[in-house]
Write a protein that binds this ligand. Structure first.
Ligand SMILES: NC(=O)c1ccc[n+]([C@@H]2O[C@H](COP(=O)([O-])OP(=O)(O)OC[C@H]3O[C@@H](n4cnc5c(N)ncnc54)[C@H](OP(=O)(O)O)[C@@H]3O)[C@@H](O)[C@H]2O)c1
Length: 317
């Protein structure tokens, strides 16, 4: 058990660590928590691959990280997780440019956007947050298998409390779209995906975890109106009985750094972390814990099958 907590920063988690020789591939690495995770790991010697959909944002993030850390080992790669073609092209390019991935951080995400579809017709939040990462991760597994003590880290959210994954109507074809329900079920899928990965990849020495980073002001809230933001704060306050406490971005990146590097997690996966520790399975606590529907191995298997159907490709290891 770590002595770290909600206020621990990414730099504090990585203090004393040497990440020289580690190749870290981070989706959504050009903004918010992904960029801070990359910065903190670059400062410890990791070779960073920032993955995002916009080359301009990637260049700006790379420049900021190089300026902050002095490390030149920062590369960029383009991938739009809302397009299966773009994901396939990215994975192909990664296979040509890199010989391994030691740490794959599935961090990109979109929250509570208006109804929209990905290039392949999937509802945008489930399509980006889960389906896109499902395909990208599986296509990158050959590189991850070449890594040393490799880990896969999925950024989920306490928002998974909102809803179990809906395997019957993931694209909202038979019901009205509800943006928070969609975010919640996509974030539940991020945890179930870690459970499915752990089952398949632990025998290969690869471990997969999921986590809630905390509540942090980032670009993630870009789709929220003032009323949405006020309603969200009210809901958090009602759940906890106190005013919401936000983390700053360095604190928000800490649990990712912990999941990716903590010695005590070396042989562990299929778990959900918050505030730099493994959270208990809890179906009642509104302020924490992982819901049992998010770590259920049978639901994880059904999600795996549905995801294979959606991307039109099967993966077994
Ligand atoms: N901030 C919080 O309070 C909080 C709480 C719980 C969970 N999380 C999770 O933490 C993760 C990081 O979020 P953040 O707070 O750092 O938000 P952020 O600053 O908005 O970062 C999200 C990243 O995802 C990228 N992204 C979105 N759609 C994409 C797509 N189709 N293809 C490729 N990249 C795409 C964004 O790229 P663009 O800039 O190009 O859009 C951005 O780089 C997310 O998975 C989020 O669900 C955050």
């Amino acid at each position: 058990m770590s002595n770290f907590g909600a206020e621990t920063t990414a730099d504090e988690v990585l203090e004393g660590k040497d990440l020289t020789g580690k190749l870290v591939f981070i989706t959504g690495g050009a903004s918010g928590l992904g960029q801070e995770t990359a910065r903190a790991m670059a400062a410890k010697g990791a070779h960073i691959v920032l993955c995002a959909r916009d080359q301009g944002k990637l260049d700006a993030a790379k420049e900021a990280i190089v300026a902050d850390t002095g490390s030149e080992a920062v590369e960029t790669i383009v991938c739009d997780l809302a397009s299966l073609d773009s994901i396939r092209a990215c994975a192909k390019e990664a296979g040509e440019r890199f010989d391994r991935i030691d740490l794959l951080i599935n961090n990109a995400g979109v929250m509570a956007c208006p109804f929209a579809k990905t290039a392949d017709g999937f509802e945008m939040q489930f399509g980006t947050n889960h389906v896109g990462h499902f395909l990208l991760t599986n296509l990158l597994v050959p590189l991850v298998k070449n890594g040393t003590n490799p880990r896969i880290v999925n950024l989920s959210s306490r928002g998974h409390h909102i809803a179990p994954v809906d395997l019957d109507d993931p694209n909202y074809q038979n019901r009205d779209y509800e943006k928070w329900q969609s975010y919640g079920h996509s974030k539940t899928a991020n945890i179930l995906f870690a459970v499915g990965l752990e089952k398949r990849l632990a025998p290969h020495g690869i471990h997969a975890t999921a986590l809630h980073p905390g509540g942090i002001h980032t670009n993630l809230g870009r789709h929220l109106s003032e009323e949405d933001a006020a309603a969200l704060l009210k809901r958090i306050e009602e759940n906890s009985g106190k005013a919401p406490v936000f983390k700053n971005i360095p604190q928000g990146a800490a649990t990712t750094c912990y999941a990716a590097t903590a010695d005590e997690l070396a042989d562990k996966g299929g778990v959900y972390l918050e505030d730099c520790h493994i959270a208990p399975v809890d179906d009642e606590d509104k302020e924490g814990g992982v819901r049992s529907y998010a770590v259920d191995p049978d639901i994880a298997e059904r999600l795996w099958s549905l995801s294979e159907e959606m991307v039109g490709q099967s993966f077994s290891y």
